[in-house]
Design a protein around this ligand. Sequence first.
Ligand SMILES: Cc1cc2nc3c(=O)[nH]c(=O)nc-3n(C[C@H](O)[C@H](O)[C@H](O)COP(=O)(O)OP(=O)(O)OC[C@H]3O[C@@H](n4cnc5c(N)ncnc54)[C@H](O)[C@@H]3O)c2cc1C
Length: 174
Amino acid sequence: HAADTSELFFDEVRVPASNLLGEVEGKGFIQLMQKLPQERHIIGLQGVGMIERAIHETVEYVKGRKAFGGTIFDFQNTQFKLAECKTEATVAKVFADHCTERLLKGELDAATASMSKYWISDLQCKIVDECLQLHGGFGYMDEYPIAQMYADARVQRIYGGANEVMKMLIARTL
Ligand SMILES: Cc1cc2nc3c(=O)[nH]c(=O)nc-3n(C[C@H](O)[C@H](O)[C@H](O)COP(=O)(O)OP(=O)(O)OC[C@H]3O[C@@H](n4cnc5c(N)ncnc54)[C@H](O)[C@@H]3O)c2cc1C
C-alpha cells in the first residue's frame, strides 16, 4: 500500500548539464547496468531484514496468544516451524554478508548478486507465509505487521528483474 508506483512521461524536458547523473553523457544505460548487481543484492538485504522482523514479531505473538490451555508457542509444531525459520534466516544472513563483503571490495559479480536477489526473496516469501500462518486469522488483518509484510514481500520476487531472469543469469555462468 505504501508503493506510490505510476507511469512517468518526460516530454520535451530540458535538464541542465550540471544535473548530469553518472560521469559520462550518453552512457546512462551502461552505467545503470553496471549497478544492477548492487541493486539486486540490496533486494536480498531487504529480504534478510524483513525475515528477521517477521520471526521477531511471530515469536512475540505466539508467546502471548493463549489458546487451548497454553500458548501457541507451546505447540511443538510452532517451535519446529520457528526453529526452521531461524536456521534459514541465519543461512541467508551469512550469505548476504558474504555478498556485501564482495560488493565493498568491488568483486560482486552479476551471477552471485542474482543468487542473493532470487534465493533470499524466495525464502522471504516462504518464511513470511509460515509466520503469517502462526498468527491464525489475525495474520490476515491489516493492522498486524505480518499482513503488511506478506503483501510487501511478494513484489521482491518480481522487481529488480524477475527471479526467473536471475536464474538465467546464473545459468549462463555454468
Ligand atoms: C512496485 C514495483 C516497483 C518497481 N520499481 C522499478 C524501478 O524503480 N525501476 C525499474 O526500472 N523498474 C521497476 N519496476 C519494474 C520491474 O523491474 C519489472 O516489473 C520486472 O523486471 C518484471 O518485468 P515485467 O513486469 O515487464 O514482467 P514480464 O517481463 O512481463 O514478466 C512476467 C513474468 O514472466 C516470467 N518471465 C519473464 N521473463 C522470463 C524469462 N526470460 N524466462 C522465464 N520466465 C520469464 C516471470 O515469471 C515474470 O515475472 C518495478 C515494479 C514494481 C511492481
